[in-house]
Design a protein around this ligand. Structure first.
Ligand SMILES: *Cc1c(COP(=O)(O)O)cnc(C)c1O
Length: 457
């Protein structure tokens, strides 16, 4: 039988789009460690989390056994505005590299927020609306999550308060304006609006902020404002659940053409796109139905999986959030100021952390100059200007394809292209001017940070 010719872009029909999210935890023998209440040291209950998160999202967060959650029709309808996203056969990249490998990427940048984050933002806004809330608060670093959430909130007519890491607020004014265009209010963090912000400013005057600090402010704002809850764009189980739409579509597209992936690669910040992309494939692996090499790629300047400790840690600098067991660099860890490639969160999703601890996936780190080199190479051959975050995955996909060139192996490589980089041109400029450098934290610096991990959990 002749193999079906693979098109440049594999699209699913609307009727082939997933109708349920897949909860990978249901198939894990070793479940991710539970969130702990910092006050009691006991696993968080739904009642503990209810003041912070929306009810339905708390249920999703704590459910380790239900394999599928139906996607509500309104969310499916919203998804249809920008999904299914294409699975692209990177014919041009393969040719340019001269590799026998077959390379595919799942492109999540075809929406105004420019990344996969909208997949979870719309779900979280939907459940907030269902609960009758007035609005939600959140933090954003580079601004993709804040942008996605402001789009989702405007769709459901919810108020959206975003605490944006100060350095990004100042250096990325365009993202800030996109958020405001969608009706969000954006506050540079740390701010004087919250007790935790004032405390951090007092202790570290002139600080340019961090994600961990912005999270603390957003949580405080939500829990002290009537009718508000906090939402988070990564790390949490519920976010990985919503992002499983990426992997489910990828798997359906591959299956449509009888393609079997050998290697699946994704960049890893808090772990949501990777967790979503690999979900159905990891499910097969956990059930013993198929095997894949799965590779998480992180920045050498923020190497939580490859150099972090697997321990309970705070999710935020202000220590107002529950404790999560994860690979972490310590909740005060802030990547070097010259780090421009995103993925700067100090920890990693507890689901991915457990899978990594169990040897079910690999992790590797790459320096930012190598990442931008791959980004430009990719932009020139495939046309898409990639986000720096996504380019971590591109780097390793290219490296794996080059290995195939040496060995002559025709491996099938699938990677997640999480977004576009139009708002990251200051970083590209640095690279183009030859002014980008690499900073890798020393073992001593990491050891200092590990000393401050919470003890006794
Ligand atoms: C936020 C973001 C990431 C990293 O977040 P994860 O939760 O690890 O997926 C990667 N790529 C893009 C484009 C992003 O906006």
């Amino acid at each position: 039988m002749m193999a079906k010719e693979i098109p440049y872009k594999i699209y699913l029909d609307e009727s082939e789009m997933p109708t349920a999210w897949y909860n990978l935890r249901a198939d894990m023998k070793n479940k991710p460690a539970p969130l702990l209440n910092p006050a009691t040291g006991q696993p968080c209950t739904a009642a503990d989390l209810a003041p912070v998160f929306c009810e339905e999202l708390v249920k999703q967060e704590l459910d380790d056994t239900t394999p599928y959650f139906e996607i509500p029709q309104e969310i499916r309808d919203f998804y249809k505005m920008y999904r299914p996203s294409p699975l692209v056969r990177a014919y041009c990249l393969e040719k340019k590299l001269g590799t026998p490998a077959k390379i595919y990427y799942k492109f999540e940048g075809n929406n105004t927020s420019g990344s996969h984050k909208l997949n979870s933002a719309i779900a979280q806004a939907y459940y907030a609306k269902q609960q009758g809330l007035k609005g939600v608060t959140t933090e954003t670093g580079a601004g993709q999550w804040g942008t996605a959430l402001s789009m989702a909130c405007s769709y459901f007519d919810l108020d959206c308060k975003v605490f944006m890491v100060k350095v990004s607020y100042e250096q990325k004014p365009f993202r800030r304006e996109v958020m405001r265009t969608y009706g969000a209010s954006v506050t540079p963090s740390p701010s004087m609006e919250t007790a935790v912000g004032r405390k951090i400013l007092e202790e570290h005057p002139g600080t340019t902020g961090s994600l961990g600090c912005a999270i603390s402010e957003a949580v405080e704002k939500a829990t002290t404002s009537e009718g508000y809850r906090y939402v988070l764009g990564s790390v949490l189980n519920q976010v990985l659940l919503h992002q499983s739409v990426i992997g489910l579509e990828t798997k359906a597209a591959l299956d449509k053409y009888g393609i079997k992936a050998d290697i699946i690669i994704g960049c890893a910040g808090g772990g949501s796109n990777l967790g979503g992309l690999i979900a159905p494939f990891m499910g097969e692996k956990l059930r013993g139905e198929a095997d894949y090499r799965i590779i998480a790629v992180e920045p050498a300047s923020c190497p939580s999986l490859t150099r972090g400790k697997y321990a309970y840690d705070f999710c935020d600098t202000g220590k107002v959030c529950p404790l999560a067991k994860m690979y972490t660099l310590g909740c005060d860890f802030i990547p070097a100021p010259n780090h421009a490639g995103g993925l700067r969160y100090h920890g990693m999703s507890s689901t991915l952390s457990q899978l990594y601890a169990d040897g079910l996936m690999e992790a590797t780190s790459v320096t930012q100059t190598k990442v931008f080199e791959a980004a430009e190479y990719f932009a020139r051959v495939e046309g898409i200007l990639p986000a720096p975050e996504s380019s971590h995955a591109i780097r390793v996909a290219i490296d794996e394809a080059l290995k195939c060139k040496e060995t002559g192996e025709e491996k099938t490589i699938v990677f997640g292209l999480t977004g576009t980089g139009y708002f990251d041109m200051v970083a590209y400029e640095k690279y183009n001017d030859g002014k980008m450098s690499d900073y890798i934290p020393t073992d001593e610096e990491l050891a200092e940070s590990f000393k401050k991990l919470p003890q006794g959990f």
